[in-house]
Design a protein around this ligand. Structure first.
Ligand code: 6PG
Length: 467
């Protein structure tokens, strides 16, 4: 019997690695890239494998038998739009088109409607895990046409990472669900990365530890409750020496962070939906602040701050930061999950948070030990409003909040910016406050704009002449 074919558009590194993964799992891959050089590279690299490559769209399509399954692995935005427009004239009703890039979920919703009206089945899927994940087993977050998903499920579940024998792939929901979950994943990714960076900075500048010392601590933490891909690679990065200078390479890397946009989309969508995600949003701000390198260099010579590293209590503070980081990480997942809950109400995706936590346990950038407990929490209570309230995490939250307070105070005392950690603490304290100063805010609004207010002691809507 002929092997099931799988079309792949975009033969960059991610596309090539996915092609190898798909082929290794017993499928025939038919690849296409407009760039003849990439096609030649694929032909040379993958000779002898069940992988064909074309630089011509018509030939690519002709090599695939309908109903076709075609995965697009091209940059989000214009390139994805162009690839869809290029393929569309060749596609026939029943063909399945899959966008595997980091597309905005609103684009995916729009494309889904257009393609469905032409009989083309559309899937928007998040694929996480970088180059290595693509090759060895990524986490796959597909959404869109459920019938189409059934057709590609055998391929997706085979190529995905496995945890306890379970594939890190599940149907996320209708419309733009897959890309929404992936965007939220990236928002969480931004948050955890920045939390780690702040701890590194505090250890270096606040406690005066060396890069190898910080690496040791991260390695130790990674072996227990904080075990996670991002902590693991941070330790690896800190251990890499520059062959030219003999110094840790990370110390020579320019301190301005780039971003492709998914973290920003998470924050923007959260604002649109009215969901607080201060840790995730602060991570985007931190990247933007890092980009003000010239201004920062100038300001560093003018603006005063506290002098030097903190003196005492190093070991105690390291232990405190460990607990604080746990709560910080948990808050990232909590904010992401809360955002998805609200988006689900608005867009009717039909998300399943237990399934999301389950597939995030492997293959993806935010995989971490605590996701198993997060999965259990949502399994027990699918309607859980906020992860911080889950009994599974009660002891860690209790200890973590005291630790986070101590860490943020110590960092502030040392003048080390901890924008994400401080935002997490403020989120925690706001969330646990029965009463917030929004009473004064409402009164201010009523004073200058007659926006009215409600009272806590009687029903009704009121306006006062406050002067
Ligand atoms: C992943 C990553 C991947 C990429 C993002 C973030 O899950 O494999 O999230 O998609 O790293 O594009 O990139 P930026 O940091 O440039 O926004």
């Amino acid at each position: 019997m002929a092997q099931q074919q799988f079309g792949l558009v975009g033969l960059g590194v991610m596309g090539q690695n996915l092609a190898l993964n798909i082929e290794r799992n017993g499928f025939t891959v038919v690849g296409y890239d407009r760039d003849p050089q990439k096609v030649e590279m694929v032909k040379a690299r993958m000779a002898g494998k069940n992988i064909q490559a074309f630089a011509n769209g018509a030939e690519f399509i002709a090599a695939l038998n309908p109903p076709r399954s075609i995965l697009l692995m091209v940059p989000a935005g214009e390139a994805t739009e162009a690839a869809i427009n290029e393929l569309l004239p060749y596609l026939v009703p029943g063909d399945v088109l899959i966008d595997g890039g980091n597309s905005h979920f609103q684009d995916t919703i729009r494309r889904g409607k257009t393609l469905t009206s032409r009989g083309i089945r559309f899937i928007g899927t998040g694929i996480s895990g970088g180059e290595e994940g693509a090759l060895k087993g990524p986490c796959i977050m597909p959404g869109g046409d459920p019938e189409a998903y059934r057709l590609v499920e055998p391929v997706f579940t085979k190529i995905a990472a496995k945890v306890d024998g379970e594939p890190c792939c599940a149907y996320m929901g209708t419309g733009g669900a897959g890309h929404f979950v992936k965007t939220t994943h990236n928002g969480i990714e931004y948050g955890i990365m920045q939390l780690i960076c702040e701890i590194y900075d505090f250890f270096r500048r606040g406690l005066g530890l060396s890069t190898p010392q910080v690496r040791e601590i991260f390695n130790e933490w990674n072996r227990a409750e904080l075990g996670s891909f991002l902590l693991e690679i941070s330790a690896l990065v800190l251990g890499k020496m520059d062959p030219e200078t003999g110094q840790p390479l990370v110390d020579l890397v320019l301190d301005t962070a780039g971003q492709k946009g998914t973290g920003k989309w998470t924050a923007q969508t959260a604002l649109d939906l009215g969901v607080p995600v201060p840790t995730l949003a602060a991570a985007v701000e931190a990247r933007i602040l890092s980009g003000l390198k010239g201004e920062r260099v100038a300001a560093s010579k003018v603006l005063p701050g506290p002098a030097g590293p903190l003196g005492d209590g190093r070991d105690e503070l390291i232990a405190v930061v460990r607990k604080a980081f746990y709560l910080g990480m948990l808050a990232c997942y909590a904010q992401g999950m809360a955002l998805m809950r609200e988006a689900d109400k608005e867009y009717g995706f039909g998300l399943n948070y237990e399934a999301i936590a389950r597939i995030w346990r492997g293959g993806c950038i935010i995989r971490a030990r605590m996701l198993e407990e997060i999965r259990q929490a949502f399994g027990r209570e699918p309607e859980l409003v906020n992860l911080l309230l889950a009994p599974e995490f009660a002891p860690a939250v209790r200890e973590g909040q005291a630790a986070l307070r101590q860490f943020v105070q110590a960092a502030q005392q040392a003048g080390v910016p901890v924008i994400c950690s401080a935002a997490t603490l403020a989120y925690y304290d706001s969330y646990r406050s029965e009463r917030l100063p929004a009473n004064l805010l409402q009164a201010q609004r009523d004073h200058f704009g007659a926006h009215t207010y409600r009272r806590i002691d009687k029903e009704g809507v009121f306006h006062t002449n406050w002067s």
